[in-house]
Ligand binder design. Structure first.
Ligand code: ATP
Ligand code: MG
Length: 449
């Protein structure tokens, strides 16, 4: 096939065989967050570049190396969002959400764009489910947010994720900490990579997140933020841990986590898997008490997390977790001749209005080919309509799983189909041991409607 071009490196298509899995994960995340009062916000895919430079931080890898930035036709510098938080905070400020009751609990599903080296679990276009809780400094909010990520994983049946938490302090305690870091790295200056030399000047904490093997080896023995926390940050961190214990959420304090974005303060956390290779962080987040001010708003303590949908799906597939079945065709109407096709169109539109998935031939194939197609669709019921059925007014509704056929009047076809399909669902429930107390015969005899 001479395709004029292929998809962009680091992007992937989600085909119908997979899309229901993505939807299930997204729906579950929205529902779990919804139960804690988080409502969905939708933001644009691109923003003015300054937003990310200031919001994500211009000493971060994301801003220095990974952004998709271009000039639009008006010569404005535009960037495809590399993450969701900066855009959500911009929207929170621009739309005056700070006038609404606080905290504002916002969640989102976004595609993100980062110019990274594509590999398993690392794409150039990927998707995140994230949430932001704006307007609270309380450790209870930290625990609530961490608890939501934890609940999402539990609802999906994901096992074996390790929750690692740390505190990286606030601007007050960070002064001493930066000083200690500078002293430490100053002594090993000769071994640091080029980027880290610059980081040493501008933001020494970034060196702790450097992916180069030499720098990360040196970083292992660097001073830890935990040892420099001020009283307030220490008390906050202790309280977050008490909440997590009260909520029976297992965690490990991991002093080396700093997270890759500049805006974090106090609590930072990650959910990490060892089962999906090197890119094991499925969810990362933390508190960012200074970000709203940085973007131009009033001081607003806040926090959030983002989880990578692709990494989560990789892990779920790896663990062989069950997904709900893909939607299947409920009824396929095979037709012979134009008159039958008109009748099929009429039946289909009535049932589709009732929310039933109905298909009939829109290609002009033989009945045999139509039935083959119905089989491939996995249609639950089929019916054949031709001249003789139109004449007699009787058709045979076939249950494809049991093979059972029932004669029904064409005149009452829609009702007969609904009863047959309802009775099938009830049987399914009873097979699962759910008592419905409804008499199947009364349904089939039409007593229920
Ligand atoms: P990493 O250390 O893996 O690069 P990060 O610190 O850059 O992660 P965040 O910016 O915190 O990641 O994004 C939150 C989540 O989004 C990550 O934990 C991960 O699950 C997912 N994610 C980040 N970058 C990518 C990517 N390039 N491809 C796929 N998923 C990603
Ligand atoms: Mg990254």
């Amino acid at each position: 096939m001479a395709l004029i071009t292929k998809s962009i490196k680091g992007t992937q298509d989600t085909l119908p065989s997979e899309s229901h899995k993505v939807r299930f994960v997204e729906q579950t995340a929205l529902e779990v967050a919804g139960n804690c009062g988080f409502r969905e916000i939708r933001i644009p895919v691109f923003e003015h570049t300054e937003l990310f430079q200031r919001g994500v931080g211009d000493t971060t890898d994301v801003v220095q190396k990974e952004m998709y930035t271009f000039l639009d036709k008006g010569e404005r510098s535009i960037t495809l969002r590399p993450e969701g938080t900066a855009g959500v905070v911009r929207s929170f400020l621009e739309n005056g959400l700070y006038n609404e009751p606080m905290p504002q609990k916002l969640c989102y599903l976004v595609s993100c764009y980062r110019y990274e080296k594509p590999q398993a679990g690392r794409l150039r276009e990927f998707h995140q489910f994230g949430l932001e809780c704006l307007g609270t400094a309380s450790p209870a909010a930290d625990a609530e947010v961490i608890g939501i990520a934890n609940d999402i994983f539990n609802f999906l049946g994901v096992r074996g994720l390790r929750l690692e938490i740390n505190s990286i302090g606030c601007p007050a305690c960070r002064k001493d900490y930066h000083k200690a870091l500078r002293e430490y790295f100053e002594n090993r200056k000769g071994e640091l990579c080029h980027t880290c030399l610059d980081r040493l000047e501008r933001n020494p904490m970034r060196i702790l997140d450097c992916k180069s093997p030499v720098c990360s080896e040196i970083a292992k023995d660097a001073p830890k933020a935990l040892d420099y926390l001020c009283d307030e940050c220490r008390t906050h961190f202790d309280s977050v841990q008490t909440y997590l214990r009260a909520m029976e959420i297992p965690f490990t304090v991991e002093p080396s986590i700093v997270r890759g974005l500049d805006y974090y303060t106090k609590t930072v956390f990650e959910f990490v898997s060892t089962e999906i290779g090197a890119q094991g962080t499925v969810c990362g987040g933390g508190r960012y008490d200074g970000l709203v001010e940085e973007i131009g708003g009033a001081h607003t303590p806040a926090l959030g997390f983002a989880m990578g949908i692709e990494r989560l799906l990789l892990l779920m597939d790896k663990q062989g977790l069950p997904f709900p079945e893909r939607e299947k065709c409920s009824l396929y109407i095979a037709t012979m001749g134009e008159k039958a096709s008109f009748k099929a169109a009429s039946i289909a539109s009535v049932l589709r209005r009732e929310g039933v998935e109905v298909q009939f031939d829109v290609v002009g194939r033989s009945v045999k080919a139509q039935m083959k197609y119905a089989n491939k669709l996995g249609a639950a019921f089929t019916v054949v309509i031709g001249d003789s059925e139109l004449e007699s007014g009787i058709v045979r509704l076939k249950n494809m799983e049991s093979g059972e056929e029932n004669e029904v009047a064409l005149e009452d076809f829609e009702g007969a189909f609904m009863r047959a399909s309802l009775s099938e669902s009830l049987k399914g429930l009873e097979d699962l041991g759910v008592g419905t107390g409804i008499d199947l015969d009364s349904i089939m005899n039409g007593n229920l409607f």
